[in-house]
Design a protein around this ligand. Structure first.
Ligand code: BES
Ligand code: MN
Ligand code: ZN
Length: 507
């Protein structure tokens, strides 16, 4: 989507979009419209009892005098509640309405409503950002899709088209353009992460994921290292390698580095679970729903996405991202339930269930990043447990941390971006659930507290480093549609982590 900010109303558009806060004076919102359009839209708004309530939308064919197809008027809700996040979500609703109308050229007439706690430029930039975030479809494999979004089989009613160009009309055009640049880079990074999650397992193997991450790194100006099996053996990634040993698609670990702080301060480290397909291995999963396990790399996608965003917007921070890429498959070489592996850290793990593979991958990645980079903070993201969906549903990701300050910052970043988290406990009392007679630990804890025992397991590999674990099994894929996302792969975490870095940059 091409986005431009101008002062002048363009001559032509498929849809012209306006926004109105709750109980605002509609006349002032509509002033930029030509006479007839203004009167007709005011009349329609009256008839439909439009009050500017959040989620309200008036859709009106544009009058003959205008070279446009549709006029759309969207409610912003209460001005007092109109945060950056809410403005973004309003933009998302606008994009959805435009896409529903197959509007490819969209004009937004945006003035920040009276009394809003943002300047005009920030407001319109957030609107545009929300529109861009929502303006995403993964249709790479729909070979018959027509230009306006129908599937070409004649079976899909009212297909949705992507918006091609967005022109935002505002008095603060220059400032808005400046404010939008980092948000645009962030939205591209979210889309990059969504693409990775949406790709099927036969395409996005560990090798292909690593290739795409390296390609992105070269473009974005990140330094990148791809560790292949030989190097992984030398580096003693034994637990990670054990997960991958049942697949023809061999593991990779990718390390991305971004030095933006301008000094050699300790980096923030992001660690992602990248199980490109999780069949469960010999402890094989039931076939129903197994296809969703192509998204078991959603944590890794978020890590790659946020690293891309930090580089693209020139964040003043040092960061490393590490992703453990494996495929968990059953074959004659696969690990067996009962196998014992010596993890990179030297701690031994009895693999009682080969489907609890994510923690094995992360254990070695956490240990590696801790040893090589001495990070100030480590944050891992993983589609780790089905149990987190039982606990929290799909509205919150599970947060576990050994550091209250870090946990609070992540919680705040979550509220500010709409990628919400809910903290669950870590406690030595849970340790006995993963202690084991013939090894240092077992990789499952039994039926109770499944997400906590998984987190407790990870904690054994982080030492004293301030660390947080985000269990994103419910949010990274197949999560509820939101105003800014209706894709299966959500790209969850990219915006949250970017905001966390922003909070640190501001000090
Ligand atoms: N990748 C799954 C967790 C998952 C489940 C993610 C549903 C997304 C949706 C993970 O590897 C797994 O299989 N976990 C097991 C752990 C159990 C064997 C201790 C689970 O949750 O059942
Ligand atoms: Mn599994
Ligand atoms: Zn898994």
């Amino acid at each position: 989507m091409n986005v431009a900010f101008t002062r002048q109303l363009p001559a032509k558009a498929d849809a012209v979009v306006l926004f109105c806060a709750r109980d605002a004076v509609l006349e002032t919102v509509l002033t930029a419209l030509p006479d007839k359009a203004r009167r007709q839209l005011a009349k329609a708004a009256g008839a439909l009892e439009f009050s500017g309530k959040k989620g309200q939308c008036v859709e009106l064919p544009a009058p003959a005098e205008m070279d446009a197809k549709w006029l759309l008027l969207l409610g912003l809700g209460d001005v007092e509640k109109l945060s950056e996040k809410e403005a973004e979500f309003a933009g998302g609703r606008a994009a959805a309405a435009c896409m529903g109308k197959k509007a490819q050229e969209v004009v937004v007439l945006a003035t920040a409503p009276e009394g809003v706690e943002m300047d005009a430029a920030a407001f319109v930039a957030r609107i545009a950002s929300g529109m861009k975030l929502r303006n995403y479809r993964f249709d790479r494999y729909r070979t018959k899709r027509t230009e306006n979004g129908e599937n070409g089989n004649g079976t899909e009613k009212g297909g949705k088209a992507r918006i091609e160009t967005l022109t935002v009309v505002t008095d603060a055009a220059d400032a808005a353009e400046t404010a939008f640049a980092p948000l645009s880079a962030l939205a591209d990074s979210v889309h990059f992460a969504r693409d990775l999650v949406n790709e099927p397992g036969n395409v996005l193997t560990p090798k292909e994921f690593a290739r795409r991450a390296a390609e992105m790194a070269a473009e974005a100006g990140l330094s990148v290292e791809v560790l292949k099996p030989k190097k992984l053996r030398e580096e003693r990634f034994n637990a990670l390698l054990a997960v991958g040993q049942g697949s023809k698609n061999k593991p990779r670990v990718v390390v991305l580095k971004y030095d933006g702080a301008g000094d050699d301060s300790a980096p923030i480290a992001f660690i992602g679970k990248g199980v490109c397909f999780d069949s469960g291995g010999i402890s094989i999963k039931p076939s129903s729903g197994m296809e969703d396990m192509k998204g078991d790399m959603g944590g890794a996608a978020a890590v790659v996405g946020v690293m891309r965003a930090l580089a693209a917007r020139g964040a003043k921070v040092n960061a490393v991202g590490i992703i453990g890429l494996v495929e968990n498959m059953p074959d004659g070489g696969a690990q067996r339930p009962g196998d014992i592996v010596i993890s990179r850290s030297g701690q031994s793990i009895a693999v009682l269930n080969t489907d609890a593979e994510g923690r094995l991958v992360l254990a070695d990645c956490l240990d590696y990043v801790k040893e090589k980079f001495s990070p100030a903070r480590m944050i891992d993201l993983a589609t780790l447990t089905g149990a987190i969906i039982i606990s929290l549903g799909k509205e919150h990701a599970g947060l576990f941390s050994n550091n209250d300050e870090l946990a609070e910052e992540i919680t705040k970043a979550g509220l500010e971006t709409g990628e919400r988290v809910w903290r669950l406990p870590l406690d030595p009392a849970y340790d006995k659930l993963i202690d084991y007679e013939v090894a240092d630990m077992k990789n499952i804890g039994g039926r109770e507290a499944g997400s906590i025992t998984a987190a407790q397991f990870l904690q054994r590999f982080v030492g004293d480093t301030p660390w947080a674990h985000l269990d994103v099994a419910g949010t990274a894929m197949a999560s509820p549609k939101t105003d800014i996302n209706d894709s299966w792969g959500s790209g969850w975490g990219v915006r949250l982590l970017n905001r966390l870095v922003e909070l640190a940059e501001r000090g």
